[in-house]
Ligand binder design. Structure first.
Ligand SMILES: Nc1ncnc2c1ncn2[C@@H]1O[C@H](COP(=O)(O)OP(=O)(O)OP(=O)(O)O)[C@@H](O)[C@H]1O
Ligand SMILES: [Mg+2]
Length: 324
């Protein structure tokens, strides 16, 4: 049984000029102990999907459909006070850009202790002990407790945020762009930390990134998102070795390989669509090098290619054969 099973999830933003379908009928599964990566270009709905899981979508956004089963309980059916018992305790999140949102006038100790006291029935002394232990578990010395955010490097701040997210021993950790703005060495260290936490704590992780090469290093499964939809889902090797969706292929080819012969970078032409006026048919068709006639008219449905390989593309619905 999956730990988290999302089906038909729809989260829309109702803005003056129309409706942004930021998460548009998403199905996704996270198994226990697994690390799932979500990749896609900016604006494709990754953060909205993550915030929807914790029901942290604020107006003008609204979850308008679907189910989010956590161990068979639909999170969308819970009362707010029941949902509060899920946040931090069962599912915790390191938010996108949170590194820059640490309170500059409070020490790391104050901020972690506050998170612990707010969510667990701990005295301040117990919380301080726990804060030191949490910092150790993310590879930071307890002296960091006395530091203010500006005294820490980006990598240290990100570790402190991960420690904070672990304060209630959650079963799922969602990390939204945890390595953006970090240098490559620090990026690798943060990714290894997530991998270690996954192994040591049996933690299930969802990592969001626009950078597929980052996800390749730690994920078991990868979901590729485009214009609010999951266009491909498979284990990490399948995604890299035999990607099915032309968008996945384009994303992979957009990253340089340090080893091997030098070849020109392939740049994905065009931009992601305006989410208010999505084109008819497959939203990727205006940029797709393999688009068929049907792609401009009919929205493709997700099809299963292999045991754990799904793709949302007409090339795999038997249409390619018919049109050629
Ligand atoms: N509070 C909001 N109000 C209105 N529209 C929003 C809001 N938050 C996000 N959106 C829109 O929803 C769409 C998805 O945004 P989201 O932040 O989920 O994308 P993302 O994939 O996380 O992007 P990035 O990689 O830049 O973080 C975008 O078109 C964005 O403009
Ligand atoms: Mg985002």
């Amino acid at each position: 049984m999956p730990l988290l099973e999302i089906s038909g999830l729809k989260t829309y933003y109702y803005v003056d000029v129309g409706v942004i379908k930021a998460v548009n009928d998403v199905d996704l599964v996270l198994n226990k102990g697994e690390c799932l990566g979500i990749a896609g270009e900016s604006g494709c709905g990754k953060s909205t999907l993550a915030l929807s899981i914790l029901r942290l979508i604020k107006p003008p956004g609204r979850i308008v459909g679907g189910k989010i089963l956590f161990k068979d309980v639909d999170l969308l059916s819970l009362k707010m006070e029941e949902m509060r018992k899920i946040r931090w305790h069962k599912i915790a999140m390191v938010f996108q850009g949170a590194m820059n949102a640490l309170n500059p006038v409070h020490t790391i100790r104050d901020q972690i202790v506050e998170a612990i006291v707010n969510h667990l029935d701990y005295s301040k002394t117990e919380a301080e002990k726990k804060a030191a232990a949490l910092l150790k578990s993310v590879g930071l010395n307890s002296s960091v407790l006395r530091s203010y955010p500006h005294e820490l490097s980006g990598g240290m701040k990100q570790r402190a945020l991960i420690a904070m997210a672990l304060s209630c021993d959650p079963e799922i950790l969602i990390a939204d762009e945890p390595t953006t703005a970090l240098d490559v060495v620090t990026q690798a260290q943060i990714l290894m930390l997530l991998k270690d936490l996954q192994r040591q704590r049996g933690l299930s992780i969802i990592v969001i990134s626009h950078d597929l090469s980052i996800l390749a290093q730690i994920c078991d499964k990868i979901a590729i998102m485009y214009a609010g939809k999951i266009v491909e889902y498979a284990d990490v090797e399948t995604i890299y070795v035999k990607p099915a969706h032309p968008y996945t292929t384009a994303l992979i080819n957009a990253f340089p390989s340090v080893r091997g012969p030098k070849k020109p970078l392939s740049i994905l032409a065009g931009e992601p669509p305006n989410m208010i006026n999505l084109p008819p048919g497959c939203p990727f068709h205006p940029r797709c090098p393999s688009a068929l006639e049907i792609c401009c008219k009919v929205e493709p449905k997700m099809v299963q290619l292999d045991r754990e390989h799904y793709v949302t593309c007409h090339l795999y619905g038997g249409h390619a054969r018919k049109e050629s």
